[in-house]
Design a protein around this ligand. Structure first.
Ligand code: HEM
Length: 250
């Protein structure tokens, strides 16, 4: 498999000339904070790209009943999601009055138009009716989202793997020793938590920068809309199994 290419170096391997020429602040004169705003978004989209790639890997491994492989995939997916969430802190250094100075240059552009983000939600198994309505708001969803929706959900795949191994979700949690399946179950729950944490940090950032009552550039109610998305769940079965160990509440 080893291929040597004399002509490859750091810059050409990573296509740095192209990559570093892709930041185009629109404010005039250029606002000193717009570069940070662009780079946090671009970097998030790059991490979304690798996250999508790894989610596809996880889906294949779950589908092939490869539990050790799936456990490793979930670990990586979680490492990526933590990075995406922690990047938002860079924008917490952007005071509201300074964002207001260049927000007008964004026009109608909004994170809600991120096809990769929607594909990640779909691939992770989100089928909430509000979500389904939102993705077809502007006609046909983009191909990347349609492809993600055509995949079985992570929850379905995991349930199938559990059944394939002749056990049940509840048994995973009461067995004598943790198994690979248990590690996947807890890893998927962590993924859900990491994802919700991104949603929470993002809505808090939005409230901090534009205020809780300001509408978004994408035409939503802003923080109010985003607050509602925090309760979306990819793995209701994994949440439900926990209450089975406790008495019913009234
Ligand atoms: C100054 C910082 C930010 C502000 C003020 C902000 C504001 C908003 C607002 C108001 C919305 C709701 C949609 C709308 O009407 O526009 C939104 C959605 C969204 N934003 Fe941001 N955002 C910021 C940073 C980021 C960053 C760094 C990312 C990373 C990619 C991001 C990704 C998204 C995504 C994916 C959505 C859709 C969320 C959903 O529908 O569940 N945002 N943003």
């Amino acid at each position: 498999m080893a291929h040597h290419s004399e002509s490859v170096d750091y810059g050409s391997y990573l296509a740095l000339d192209q990559l570093l020429a892709l930041q185009h602040p629109r404010s005039e004169p250029e606002h000193p904070d717009e570069l940070l705003f662009i780079i946090v978004h671009q970097a998030s989209e790059l991490w979304f790209k690798v996250l999508l790639h790894e989610l596809h890997g996880l889906i294949s491994r779950l589908g092939a009943f490869d539990s050790i492989g799936a456990a490793l995939s979930v670990r990586r997916v979680n490492a990526l999601m933590e990075i995406v969430a922690s990047q938002l802190s860079a924008l917490e250094t952007l005071p509201p009055q300074r964002f207001a100075q260049f927000r007008g240059y964004l026009g109608q552009s909004s994170g809600s138009q991120s096809d990769q983000f929607r594909a990640i939600e779909a691939l992770s198994g989100l089928r909430d009716p509000h979500f389904m309505a939102a993705i077809s708001d502007h006609g046909e969803p983009p191909a990347i989202v349609q492809q993600a929706l055509a995949q079985p959900t992570l929850q379905d795949l995991f349930d199938q793997l559990v059944a394939h191994e002749g056990t049940t979700l509840e048994e995973l949690y009461v067995g004598p020793a943790p198994t690979a399946l248990f590690m996947i179950a807890e890893g998927l729950l962590e993924y859900e938590q990491n994802f919700s944490r991104w949603r929470f940090l993002h809505v808090q950032l939005v409230e901090r920068i534009i205020g809780p009552g300001t509408g978004g550039t994408g035409g939503t109610l802003g923080a109010k809309y985003l607050q509602r998305t925090i309760s979306h769940r990819f793995f209701p079965h994994l949440w439900a199994v926990r209450s089975k160990f406790y008495g019913a509440t009234r």
